[in-house]
Design a protein around this ligand. Structure first.
Ligand code: 6R9
Length: 663
């Protein structure tokens, strides 16, 4: 690290890591000065008070994030490839240089500005992972608007809720999405959503396919100009609007703590949280972690296959790699389209050096067998990354041995939407320091994890488990929840005063390495997608046949966790189980997204409750885990026979499954 020689007493990597924590202000000041381009320098490194949930970094500094991601690289190497768009159609990738991406960003920035989008406004982006989506994010950053990317798998209702909470005046979308050879009607979904979004004044529509869509007075077409806009390459057809624009777009001068984006994520209540990230700290942290966790070097091709609708796509497909002047892959497809060799075909063709994906996909591919991997040349791979959920040892070993030929370090990276970037990962460390399968292991520079016991005391010994908290602020952490700073404080800062509470549990090994053991709240992780069980219950309870429900996660060999719904029907309701399941799936897909649909529905006469009426989810979890000895204290139960019924109902379902497997 070029900054290190200026740090007193730092001669080794472990001394550098110690310094980054013990003298974190000097560490971040040096890194901030060195790695970001400032319009004017910051005067205060940090002003944070975790007891108050106040987090501010690099105040006084002025900068523009899009200039940091584009212009400065265009000055030194305009023809370096910034994006490789790995389109859904295998073998039809398209490359965009830094110059081309800057031009596209400026055109779009000018269009937004001319159409009235102002500094401080919020633009919702509902698009598949594609260059125009990246340009849209950067165009917002260029003109000082915040972006709110909504995963294109979310339903109209979920999209509408996010648009309303963000008070967006502008939405950017495409006519149709293409994924796994299937078309999704994104523009139609936006039409439905904006009906209940009074703030929306305009919808910009690009064409991903040739299928025309109905346009309304609110819509602005971005079509029919592909030949003329050089940067568009005829693949995503751009704005006729864009043509009128000069390719210069004056960057807004932003304060370090102005909002860069909102990203909605699930918490333990029904309402998603609009996590707020700001400019300088977020960008710096994404860039630094990208550089050192993956050992990214100039000229490498970085392949993060996450959708841009999630934080992983924000930090490691877009901001981290681009801030570092890297080449980043935009993966539009699925791991099994057109066949289970898709990832490794892509690695061979694009010569990917770092591959970053989710355990759920690795577990899925493992089942298809090694030949889908070994038939492709993976010799370019240097580092393999995993993110989003715990990676089980079998999947880790397969990833390491088969995908990486036993040559590449596998970095299991733990972090969250709230942390902005990776906080715990095996690297950076000494080049051949041990990596333990399935462990995130080592805190990143400036990160000081602690484990708490149930009384809220810091656990100081090793070989112990507790609630994972952070004892020190870092530049990438979330600043607030949109419209709800109180919820921000209550969720993250009140449970352990003076600490940031992650919501996860962790184990610290005898060697002092961290292993994440899972969520401590009612949030589950289905195929790497975070979802609150309360959100699903809200929808299930809206079904006219349902009196009440309780949703929990259960261990699923591919998805990590599946959705298990206990449902109590209203009295005198006569409905076939198949019909109920169809109805519930339809409702959950409509209100949230397909991935949140129940995998198992168990009908029950009643749910186990405490005398104060709280559903005892802990008991339901134990039943589903088939750990009846672990049911624990049932003395607060209102009616203990309810548990017996639940156990019997579960056994029926379970034996039914085993039986159907045997057939
Ligand atoms: C980046 C991202 C965050 C939650 C987090 C935790 C789980 C993420 C993990 C992991 C075990 C890992 N999680 N990485 N669990 N090992 N390496 O996924 O953000 O969508 O906000 O989810 O995901 O439970 O709290 P997000």
């Amino acid at each position: 690290m070029p900054e290190a020689p200026a740090f007193e007493g730092v001669r080794s990597r472990s001394e550098l890591r110690d310094f980054s924590v013990s003298d974190s202000e000097r560490f971040w000041a040096a890194v901030g000065n060195q790695r970001l381009s400032w319009i004017s320098p910051f005067h205060t490194v940090q002003d944070c008070d975790l007891t108050q949930g106040r987090i501010k970094w690099f105040e006084g500094g002025k900068l523009n994030v899009s200039v940091n991601c584009l212009d400065r690289h265009v000055h030194t190497s305009p023809d370096r490839v910034a994006l490789i768009w790995e389109r859904d159609e295998q073998g039809s990738e398209v490359k965009y240089t830094y110059r081309e991406l800057l031009e596209m960003t400026c055109r779009l920035g000018n269009v937004l500005r001319r159409r009235g989008v102002k500094r401080g406004d919020c633009v919702t982006i509902y698009m598949p992972t594609c260059p125009l989506a990246v340009a849209a994010m950067l165009a917002c950053a260029r003109i000082g608007a915040a972006h709110n990317v909504v995963f294109a798998g979310f339903s109209a209702d979920a999209l509408a809720e996010r648009i309303r909470d963000a008070e967006s005046n502008t939405v950017i979308t495409v006519n149709q999405g293409v994924r796994g050879g299937k078309f999704t009607e994104l523009k139609k979904t936006v039409d439905e959503a904006v009906q209940s979004c009074p703030s929306v004044q305009q919808v910009l529509v690009a064409m991903r396919t040739d299928t025309p869509v109905v346009m309304t007075a609110r819509d602005v077409a971005m079509e029919e100009v592909s030949e003329i806009i050089e940067v568009n390459k005829g693949l995503i057809k751009g704005l006729p609007e864009m043509l009128k624009e000069d390719v210069v777009c004056e960057p807004a001068v932003m304060n370090s703590e102005d909002v860069l984006f909102l990203l909605y994520t699930s918490g333990s209540t029904g309402k998603p949280k609009g996590i707020v990230h700001t400019q300088a700290g977020y960008l710096l942290y994404a860039a630094l972690t990208h550089r050192y966790v993956f050992s990214y070097h100039d000229g490498d091709v970085f392949g993060c296959v996450a959708d841009i609708g999630w934080i992983t796509g924000h930090s490691y497909t877009v901001y981290g790699p681009l801030a570092n002047g890297g080449t980043t892959v935009l993966f539009e497809s699925t791991p099994i389209y057109p066949d289970p060799g898709r990832y490794w075909n892509t690695v061979e063709r694009l010569k990917i050096n770092q591959f970053y994906g989710a355990p759920t996909a690795i577990r899925l591919l493992l089942k298809y067998g090694d030949h889908w991997v070994t038939k492709y040349d993976r010799s370019t791979l240097k580092t393999l990354g995993s993110v989003g959920e715990p990676i089980n040892t079998e999947a880790w070993e397969w990833y390491h041995r088969v995908v990486g030929d036993g040559r590449c370090p596998v970095v299991d990276t733990w972090w969250q939407t709230e942390t902005g970037g990776i906080c715990i990962a095996p690297r950076p460390s000494e080049p051949d320091a041990e990596i333990v399968p399935g462990m995130a292991m080592r805190p990143f520079f400036g990160i000081k994890p602690v484990l708490m016991d149930t009384e809220g005391k810091v656990l100081t010994s090793n070989n112990t488990s507790g609630a994972l908290c952070m004892a020190q602020p870092w530049p990438g952490m979330a600043r607030t929840i949109r419209n709800n700073h109180q919820r921000f404080i209550e969720t993250y800062y009140q449970p352990y005063p003076g600490y940031f509470f992650t919501g996860d549990g962790a184990y610290r090994s005898a060697q002092g390495y961290y292993q994440i053991t899972g969520r401590l709240d009612d949030v589950i992780n289905v195929s790497g997608h975070r979802i609150g069980t309360a959100e699903i219950e809200d929808v299930v309870n809206q079904c006219s046949a349902v009196a009440e429900s309780a949703v929990i996660g259960f261990s699923h060999d591919i998805k990590g966790e599946g959705v298990y719904a206990f449902v109590v029907l209203k009295k005198n309701i006569d409905i076939k189980e198949d019909d109920l399941s169809r109805q519930l799936n339809k409702m959950v897909s409509k209100k949230i997204a397909k991935y949140a649909c129940p995998d198992v529905i168990q009908l029950a006469n009643r749910l186990p409750k405490t005398r104060s009426g709280k559903i005892m989810r802990r008991v339901l979890r134990k039943v589903v885990e088939r750990d009846l000895d672990g049911l624990g204290d049932l003395s607060t139960l209102d009616d203990p026979t309810a548990v017996q019924e639940i156990v019997e109902g579960h056994n029926c379902l379970y034996w039914g499954y085993l039986h159907s497997d045997l057939n």
